[in-house]
Design a binder for this molecule. Structure first.
Ligand code: DP6
Length: 350
């Protein structure tokens, strides 16, 4: 570094995303066992501000972290470990004291995954500060942000873009990579740009098994290699479906992916059942509704009990009526959270 800047600060607001082909299983430093495809949400976001102030270099990371205006020792420790890794690339990090403040637009304990929005927001801040502090423009800003979001949490690398995103090397997409996600919005039929994601909060609170522990279960899983093969095939199929606008094929593939994720957990050496009775009840209701109405309403699941309902804008009034009248009773405290396909992260300038 030539001339150290006294201070620099920035704020990014970044979304969560919902996977359609799931990332489940990894090796080395957050290298996925298979490619995954997701879209970014518009309302489930994390806003993170980082202020970096030059200090004498004592070595190590100097950090104060607040989450929703409160100190949070557990998150601070995780973030410190992450920033220590990030200092490999952002070498200025150890010469600055960092004040990081983060907050979510959704309740933290709602069971909605927050690591994707959280780490994508931090990684975007690191890239912006890097340009400001070093005076050097990054060659590919979003690729770099995606790479560092991935190191924080795998699925976070898909959150640095708006719309649809693919992460993981696949022969079916030329510029795909295990290191970072790429935007695939230009390959998507307009009907899928109108997707709605209504997240039904079946169970609030911490998940029974963390994603990190869940991924690790794949290491000695009897079906792991079959899963990785099918996920690769599903990636190819979904790319074709997303291009063609074939909603029926979309329903079939996305639901099968969600159930396979849960089936893997149920059949792992240490088995976990992540669905709750209300998860299954809602799935049954969705199938009945689809059969009776002909509306392509479908579900997907994260590694938890909550249900993501997906439908197109065209059907949204009927779906929302169905949610209010028939599904809300299965949700904890009747809570659900409506999202659309989001436009991706935004830098907040003050
Ligand atoms: C089921 O990205 O949370 O949501 O890399 O260990 O942080 P880590 O895992 P994480 O795993 C997400 C798993 C998933 C599927 C997906 O988003 O693709």
């Amino acid at each position: 570094m030539t001339q150290a800047r006294e201070s620099a600060e920035c704020t990014w607001k970044s979304p969560s995303n919902i996977a359609l082909v799931k990332y489940w299983g990894k090796r080395d430093e957050q290298i996925p066992a298979n490619p995954s495809i997701s879209f970014s949400l518009d309302r489930a976001t994390t806003e993170t501000s980082v202020k970096a102030v030059n200090r004498s270099n004592d070595g190590g990371i100097s950090l104060n972290f607040t989450f929703e205006q409160q100190p949070n020792a557990a998150f601070e420790e995780k973030l410190k470990a992450y920033l220590t890794k990030a200092a490999r690339e952002f070498t200025w990090l150890e010469q600055y004291h960092l004040d990081i403040a983060s907050s979510n637009t959704f309740p933290h304990s709602s069971g909605i995954a927050s690591s994707a929005s959280a780490y994508s927001a931090v990684a975007l801040c690191l890239c912006t500060l890097h340009e400001e502090i070093t005076g050097n423009k990054l060659q590919d800003f979003y690729r770099k942000a995606s790479t560092w979001a991935r190191i924080g949490s795998g699925s976070a690398c898909r959150s640095v873009y708006g719309g649809f995103t693919l992460w993981g090397k696949t022969p079916h997409l030329e510029n795909s990579s295990d290191e970072y996600a790429v935007g695939i919005d230009h390959l998507i039929h307009p009907v899928f740009q109108t997707l709605k994601d209504t997240i039904l909060i079946i169970e609030k609170g911490k998940k029974a098994v963390s994603s990190t522990a869940g991924h690790a279960l794949l290491k000695h899983h009897p079906f792991a290699s079959t899963r990785y093969r099918i996920a690769g095939e599903n990636t190819a199929h979904l790319l074709a479906i997303l291009k063609s606008g074939d909603l029926d094929a979309f329903v079939e593939l996305v639901e099968a992916e969600a159930l396979m994720l849960h089936a893997l957990m149920m059949t792992s050496p240490t088995p976990f059942i992540l669905m709750k009775p209300n998860t299954l009840a809602v799935i049954e209701k969705i199938k009945d509704f689809r059969n009776q109405s002909g509306i392509r309403l479908l579900f997907t699941l994260d590694a938890g009990a909550n249900v993501h309902l997906l439908n197109t804008e065209h059907d949204n009034d009927q779906v929302q009526y169905f949610v209010r009248n028939e599904l809300i009773g299965y949700c904890q405290n009747q809570s659900y959270f409506c999202n659309s396909v989001g436009k991706g992260p935004v830098q907040i300038t003050t």
